[in-house]
Design a protein around this ligand. Sequence first.
Ligand code: NAD
Length: 292
Amino acid sequence: MLILISDAFDPGLPKKLSRYGEVTEDKSRLAEAEIVLIRSKTKVTKEYIDSAPKMKLVIRGGVGLDNVDQAYAKQKGIIVYNTAEASSIAVAELAFALMIAMPNRLTEANQSMHEGKWLKKELKRTELYEKTLGILGIGRIGTELAKRAVAFGMKVVAYDPFVKSNPFAQMKPSIKEVLNVSDYISLHMPLTDETRGMINKETLKEFKNGAYLINTGRAKSIIEEDVVGALKSGKLAGYGNDVWYSDPPENSPLMNAPNVVMAPHIGASTNENLLRIGEIVDKLIGEYAGKK
Ligand code: NAD
C-alpha cells in the first residue's frame, strides 16, 4: 500500500505511517497511491481523481473540504475524511491574535520602531474589555474564540442558523442583529452557497462605524473590493485576515488597502495542531488498514 503525503504535515508523520506501507512525498507517484493525505493546497478535483486510479482514501488534515470534489469521490467509491476537531484551538488563537493586534496597533508600533520612529503620542490603543464581539458561525472554532473573549471581559453575540444556544454567546436570530451591535466581527462559518459573499456592500452598511472584521474562516465569505471600500471610508477600522481567494493571493486589492493585518493562511499551522492532525491521520489509516 502506497501512502502519498501531498501537503505539509508534521515532519514525524512519514516514519509513523511507515508501519502501514510505503510512504512517499513524491507527487509524481499519485497514480500508484492508495491513500492520499492533503491539507488545503492540493485540489482533489475530478481530473485529480481520474489520475489516481488506485486511490481509495483521501484524508484532509484540517477542516474545510471545499478543495475536494466530494460527489465525484463518492461516485468513484473513494472515502474522504477530514480531521475537523484538531484545528479549533489553533485557529481560534489566531483569530484572537488578529483581534488583539489591531486595536493595540501592534503592527504599526513594530514597523515604526524598525523605521527608527518613536510614536508614543500618536499610537493610541483601545481595549477589548467590555466591547462586543459578534461571531458568525459558532461551531468548534467560534466557540473556542467566544470562550477566550469572555475571559477578556467581552460581551459575545453570535448568529448561526443551526445553533440554538451556546454557553459563551448570546444567540441572535439574524446576521443584522449581530452586525448592528458588534465592535468586532469574526467569521467562522464554512463556505457554502449561503455564506459565499456574505460580507458585501449591503451587509457592511449594517456594521457599526469603526468596527473591526476578522476572517480566519474562508476568503470567499467576503467580497474583497467591498471590504476595501469600507476600510478606505473608515466604516471598518481594520481587517485582520488569514484567508485568500487563492494561496498565495494574486492581485488582491487587500494588499494595498489601509489597516489590514495579514497572515499567509496559517490558522491551522501550529506545531501542536500538526501533531494532533498526525495522531488522527494515524488512527484513521489504522482503522482503514484493519478493515482491509
Ligand atoms: P464547524 O462546522 O464546527 O462550525 C461552523 C459553524 O458554521 C457551524 O456551527 C454551522 O452551523 C455554521 N454555519 C453554517 N452555515 C452558516 C451560515 N449561513 N451562517 C452562519 N453560520 C453558519 O467548523 P469549525 O471547525 O468551527 O470551522 C469553521 C471554518 O473555519 C471551516 O469551515 C473553515 O472554513 C475555517 N477554517 C480555517 C482555517 C484556517 O487555516 N484559517 C483552519 C480550519 C478551519
